[in-house]
Design a protein around this ligand. Structure first.
Ligand code: THU
Length: 125
């Protein structure tokens, strides 16, 4: 799968975000080494601390479908933000992967990082 397909999936699922409290929508798309795609969006709650980030929603969807290896994750947001620390740790559970940050405000400008660059010295047992 090319990066553009992954990026477009993250942008599309961001439209489904449930973010009435922050109004900050995030979409995430994961691709497996053989090209299967899984998406997630942030889902907020009136009890604010229960918000689920887009990246973790995508991981849960992929793992529930039987996948535990990922080549890349795209994250689409206003400003092209980086995954929060908790999501970096959850993504790293499944190994290093490319992280593609998509800024929906800047004509979908992208920045690319290795997850291991975003989370040096992550926790492992
Ligand atoms: N959020 C994500 O979905 N992913 C991140 O990596 C950072 C933050 C969401 C959580 C919350 O719904 C909103 O963005 C504002 O923090």
């Amino acid at each position: 799968m090319d990066d553009d397909t992954l990026i477009q999936a993250a942008i599309a699922v961001r439209e489904r975000a449930y973010a009435p409290y922050s109004n900050f929508r995030v979409g995430s798309a994961l691709v497996t080494p053989d090209g299967q795609l899984f998406v997630g969006c942030n889902v907020e709650n009136a009890s604010y601390g229960l918000a689920i980030c887009a990246e973790r929603a995508a991981i849960c969807a992929a793992v529930a479908a039987g996948h535990q290896q990922f080549a890349a994750v795209a994250v689409a947001s206003s400003g092209g933000v980086s995954p929060c620390g908790a999501c970096r740790q959850v993504l790293m559970e499944f190994g290093d992967m490319s992280v593609i940050l998509v800024d929906v405000d800047q004509e979908h400008a992208v920045r690319r990082h290795a997850l291991s660059e975003l989370l040096p010295h992550g926790f492992s047992l």
